[in-house]
Design a binder for this molecule. Structure first.
Ligand SMILES: [Zn+2]
Length: 268
């Protein structure tokens, strides 16, 4: 892995003939990601899973030598000529997805926007796996009885339900973002959203609400999202208590500051 090169054309002429343009694009962008992207946790190049591995495209096992055994970091690549991406991207099997969220094995997403006339990568965002929670997973209709895989149920990942802070820019409008900045943001997000699925689900939804508020806001402003938060967390019957508790957590994790009299200030 050398300096990032946004040119895709050099991957265009491959010996294999692809059945469709989308398959060809897939092969081109995968090659590009393998040669140019890096693990945002440790900075080393990504390794590619063998073709046909469900959900996962790339991984990193991080360097050895630390006393703490770090879990493998998995990534899924999504490419599109439309950037920003259309709001809903196709996920996998619904039940498997929910199980992978619970066990923290869902991959982080690599959203790659490219331009096909010049074959250039223009935008790359990393969506941190911890920010993918039940709130952004939308079950799709089960396949009909006549379908080959009848009864199968897929899901969508709804991007605008994920906090904006979770989209870490690696390439922005053809500008390559400094690697240290990307790694710092990744680490910060890992700290903010740590916890089990229910905990990080609440934190991500709270951040999403706060992102709509001005730099300084009040508890009343956040309470305005009570109904919305209650609908996302139907099992919780004490949403106001939960909101106050989450604000404390967000303060402890360096997202907001308490400035007194029920007022808060964003610091991220
Ligand atoms: Zn790594």
């Amino acid at each position: 892995m050398g300096i990032m090169n946004l040119n895709l054309r050099r991957y265009y002429n491959q010996p294999i003939r692809y059945e469709s343009l989308s398959q060809h694009v897939r092969a081109i962008t995968e090659q590009w990601a393998k040669d140019n992207l890096y693990c945002p946790h440790c900075g080393r190049g990504l390794k590619q899973y063998k073709a046909g591995t469900p959900i996962y495209d790339f991984y990193c096992t991080h360097p050895n030598g630390s006393l703490v055994v770090l879990p493998i970091e998995n990534f899924q690549l999504k490419s599109s000529q439309k950037y920003p991406f259309i709001n809903k991207i196709l996920g996998g099997d619904y039940k498997t997805t929910v199980a992978s969220l619970k066990s923290h094995t869902h991959p982080s997403l690599i959203l790659l926007g490219y331009e096909r006339k010049r074959w250039k990568v223009e935008n790359v965002d990393l969506v941190h796996k911890l920010s993918i929670t039940l709130s952004c997973i939308e079950p799709r209709k089960k396949l009909s009885k006549t379908a080959v895989r009848h009864g199968w149920q897929g899901c969508n990942i709804v991007l605008d339900k994920i906090p904006a802070i979770s989209f870490i820019e690696v390439v922005k409008d053809s500008n390559i973002i400094d690697k240290c900045t990307v790694m710092r943001r990744w680490k910060h997000l890992t700290n903010i959203l740590s916890g089990n699925l229910a905990e990080r689900g609440w934190l991500a939804d709270m951040i999403k609400c706060i992102e709509n508020l001005p730099g300084t806001f009040s508890l009343i402003d956040v309470y305005a999202y009570e109904t919305k938060l209650a609908s996302l967390h139907p099992k919780n019957k004490h949403v106001k208590d939960k909101i106050r508790q989450q604000l404390q957590k967000l303060r402890d994790r360096g997202v907001i500051k308490f400035i007194g009299n029920g007022e808060y200030k964003k610091i991220v």
